[in-house]
Design a protein around this ligand. Structure first.
Ligand SMILES: [Fe+2]
Length: 270
């Protein structure tokens, strides 16, 4: 069986449920596919010995685009990637990404933001903002999202994608292409500030504070806010919104640019 991701992506993408392969039409280009196997993210797993190290957990397809957006994406230092998180668990833990923070953009000093959107399945996005002391967290949010939802991750939030199932989680992101994410802090502390457990057959995962962190506030469950002025429209796929008006998304690569969001006064979730 094949999932048609075109309505939620805006690009002609499909997903083969039998083989877990992402496919795209002949007029779509991409740069490369990067796979993440269990053995590559051992430090962030609660039960790293629960399965084979070469088990595929998720994979990213980088810089998917039509020729018509190639120039805008390149000149604005942006890319549109698709990540597939396979269904299932590693021991008690639902499959998740390694998690990372973004560095600060040079001219503004603000960390690069990112836009997420769910193309199929369900997502739990764990966002965490650091406190004053090392390992201390000032804010922890769990965003529940489903196909069509979009989330603007503001500057400064570490982020981890979790697949609560039951099917694959297929998601896209729009992000600056001129930085490398920082995986170090989350890896050193054995994952995010909250860790998920999902017993066999359970509905939603249960989240417990990660004991390797210092002070961690209560986990706030939330949904992403609709931010039409930032290009996050409810009914328009992210890629389509970019194609219609690329300039509107310049803030993703230049978060301090004039005309961009007033980061401190926006509400990103509720
Ligand atoms: Fe990111």
């Amino acid at each position: 069986m094949t999932l048609d991701l075109t309505p939620t992506s805006g690009l002609p993408l499909t997903f083969d449920l039998a083989t877990s392969e992402l496919r795209w039409a002949a007029d779509v280009r991409m740069d490369r596919v990067v796979q993440r196997r269990l053995g590559e993210i051992l430090p962030v797993l609660q039960q790293p010995d629960a399965d084979e190290p070469d088990r595929l957990l998720y994979y990213m397809t980088y810089n998917l685009r039509f020729d018509s957006e190639e120039q805008a994406l390149r000149s604005m230092n942006l890319r549109y990637d698709v990540t597939v998180l396979l269904p299932g668990r590693v021991g008690i833990e639902p499959i998740k990404t390694a998690g990372h923070y973004h560095p600060a953009e040079g001219s503004s000093g603000l960390a690069y933001p990112e836009i997420y959107t769910v193309l199929a399945g369900r997502a739990h996005y764990l966002l965490q903002r650091d406190g004053a002391a090392p390992g201390e967290i000032a804010e922890a949010v769990l965003i529940e999202a489903e196909a069509g939802n979009k989330l603007l991750i503001p500057p400064g939030y570490g982020h981890i994608s979790i697949n609560p199932g039951p099917g694959p989680l297929i998601m896209a992101n729009l992000v600056a292409s001129d930085f490398s994410p920082d995986y170090g802090p989350i890896r050193q502390l054995g994952g995010g500030c909250y860790l998920a457990e999902q017993p066999e057959g359970a509905g939603l995962p249960v989240y417990r504070p990660n004991p390797r962190y210092g002070a961690v506030p209560p986990l706030r469950w939330a949904h992403a806010a609709s931010l039409p002025a930032q290009g996050l429209e409810t009914v328009v796929p992210l890629y389509t919104a970019f194609a219609r008006d690329p300039a509107r998304f310049q803030y993703v690569a230049r978060p301090g640019a004039e005309g961009g969001p007033a980061w401190t006064s926006l509400s990103f979730w509720s």
